[in-house]
Design a protein around this ligand. Structure first.
Ligand SMILES: N[C@@H](CCC(=O)N[C@@H](CS)C(=O)NCC(=O)O)C(=O)O
Length: 205
């Protein structure tokens, strides 16, 4: 398998999952501005959507959409470990988290990646992010270490990556103490550290 990624982008989530599962894979970086991969290929010919992550399977098929990729990896390679079995209420809860992270939290960060964003629009975007972060903080309110309970899942990998963007984009996470503890906890996992090192990202503080 080959994961097309950009350092620190949402592709870090399937990257972490590949390492959590101990699977063999290669990495190929994508320049998201030029849409060229590090080997010079036209990335839009690999993923016409033009964004990472994309996971090329050994038979050539290319999977896209981070939430779909991580579920495929978990279900295929370690059923029930990083994602509860399909058809269970536990799995439906996990899907709820994945969809929320993808459609609500991840996308709420989108405007902040625009360096030309006007101050007023930025303020609105940060307030919107805050409302989504409240939801995630509440999911951890009973002191559970991970989103769905005692065990690390693919949703934790994804939300960890999205949270990691906040300081880089000037969003102060100080008021979400459980999210801070969560990020710290996840950052100590061997697979997370290995994925971040492979993407040449600085170690979490
Ligand atoms: N719906 C997609 C969104 C992926 C996405 O937003 N990727 C970003 C990096 S985090 C990207 O590659 N942006 C470049 C672009 O859209 O041109 C998913 O969940 O996988």
């Amino acid at each position: 398998m080959k994961l097309f990624y950009s350092p620190g982008a949402c592709s870090l989530s399937p990257h972490i999952v590949l390492r959590e599962l101990g699977l063999p894979f290669t990495l190929e970086a994508v320049d998201l501005k030029t849409k060229r991969t590090e080997s010079g290929a036209d990335f839009t010919a690999i993923n016409p959507k033009g964004y990472v992550p994309a996971l090329q399977l050994d038979d050539g098929e290319v999977l896209t959409e981070g939430a779909a990729i991580v579920q495929y990896l978990a279900d295929k390679h370690a059923p029930g470990r990083l994602a509860p079995l399909a058809g269970t209420v536990e799995r439906a809860r996990l899907n709820g988290h994945l969809n929320f992270i993808s459609a609500e939290l991840h996308k709420a960060f989108g405007p902040l990646f625009n360096p030309a964003l006007a101050a007023e629009a930025r303020e609105a975007a940060v307030a919107n992010i805050g409302r989504k972060l409240d939801v995630v903080e509440n999911a951890l309110a009973d002191g559970r270490p991970y989103l769905t309970g005692p065990d690390f899942t693919v949703a934790d990998a994804y939300v960890f990556v999205v949270l990691s963007w906040a300081p880089k984009l000037g969003v102060d996470l100080a008021r979400w103490s459980r999210l801070n503890e969560f990020s710290q906890r996840v950052s100590t996992r061997a697979a997370v550290q290995a994925a971040m090192a492979a993407e040449r990202l600085p170690k979490a503080a």
